[in-house]
Design a binder for this molecule. Structure first.
Ligand code: FES
Ligand SMILES: [Fe+2]
Length: 351
């Protein structure tokens, strides 16, 4: 028998210092999903986004190239792009400094009347940007390896399990917010041990018996594979480090993807972009959205209740099932290494 593994210390789900480390060592350095190419069809199209607590503006450049910048004015720091739109330039709402789509500073009102003012060389701080099919990602760290490296085996795996990302058409975005630490939300996502207990609708659709529900772990990528009951087809659910989830349900061509971002130690917000294949019936799309809303409501109750317990302060950690919850163990190990806390075993104090 294997002893139940320890979870991360429960203090890590409310400690502001842990969140500060996570922002610095995870969210400022990792590739994160921000939106889809349908929002960036023509030169000048742009939208604001977040990579953790880093504000980012994603832009379609003059020659059709994807660009991303820190969404912060070089003058006195205002957020530049407040909402989606299309314009020839990026103009700050505060004092109207105007930047080109390549980030260079083009004009600053009254600058010609200010002797000794030198704006030469001021430009928006670039942010790395890349796309996989319609999915757009950014990384604030300019020295980080390219998106392809971060995606690893995910594109090949998704394809092998029946997803063609180029066949997807965006339908809608749904936002969510949870009174729980971002890690609790993702750990809940990484196990289907709770599915028979808490997700009746989902368990009626997908065979969630352990022998028929595959869990696979790769560096920075945790995947679950199932089959619909009644021959409804395959499903796959992936978490790509740190917060990108890709969900494919059984049935007509579909996928939903989205990030999560901490909103303080005990809160997180996120969204899911829902895509369907061309010609998927309205009714089928509506049913899937309704089912996913139901799953979302069920998960919210579970995760928020777990946050209350984890915050109680009288227990130091929880326990994990070695098989059914091994993706959580992998995620927690990855996280503690990213925080440079010497690996999970050491962080947990052994035993
Ligand atoms: S802060 Fe942007 S123009 Fe002043
Ligand atoms: Fe769930």
């Amino acid at each position: 028998m294997t002893a139940a593994a320890r979870t991360l210390p429960w203090s890590w789900y409310s400690d502001p210092e842990i969140l500060r480390l996570e922002q610095e060592r995870i969210f400022r350095r990792a590739w994160q999903y921000v939106g889809h190419t349908g929002e960036l069809e023509r030169p000048g199209d742009r939208f604001p986004a977040w990579a953790g607590d880093v504000p980012v503006a994603v832009v379609r450049g003059r020659a059709g190239e994807l660009r991303a910048f820190l969404n912060v004015c070089r003058h006195r720091g205002s957020i530049l792009v407040a909402g989606p739109g299309r314009r020839e330039s990026i103009q700050c709402p505060y004092h109207a400094w105007t930047y080109g789509l390549d980030g260079s500073l083009l004009a600053a009102p009254r600058s010609e009347r200010e002797p000794g003012l030198d704006l030469e060389g001021l430009a928006l701080r670039p942010v790395q940007v890349g796309a996989w099919g319609p999915f757009v990602f950014v990384n604030p760290e300019l020295d980080a390896p390219p998106l392809e490296d971060a995606l690893g085996e995910l594109p090949a795996l998704a394809t092998a399990h029946g997803l063609d990302v180029d066949a997807l058409r965006f339908r809608e975005r749904r936002h969510s917010s949870l009174a729980a630490n971002w890690k609790l939300a993702l750990e809940n996502y990484l196990e289907c041990y709770h599915c028979p207990v808490a997700h009746r609708g989902f368990s009626a659709l997908v065979n969630v018996d352990p022998e028929d529900y595959g869990l696979e772990e790769r560096p920075g990528l945790w995947s679950q594979f199932g089959r619909g009951r009644d021959g409804a087809g395959a499903c796959q659910f992936h978490l790509l480090w740190p917060t990108f989830r890709l969900n494919v349900f059984p049935g007509s061509t579909n996928a939903s993807v989205g990030p999560l971002r901490p909103d303080g130690p005990g809160r997180c917000t996120g969204f899911l972009d829902y895509f369907f294949g061309e010609g998927v019936e309205e009714e089928a799309a509506g049913e899937l959205l309704a089912l996913d809303d139901e799953i979302g409501r069920e998960d919210r109750a579970l995760v928020e209740a777990a946050q209350l317990g984890v915050d109680s302060g009288l227990l130091e950690h929880g326990h994990l099932l070695p098989a059914s919850e091994r993706l959580i163990a992998g995620f927690q190990e990855h996280l503690s290494l990213a925080l440079d806390r010497g690996g999970l075993r050491e962080a947990k104090g052994g035993g």
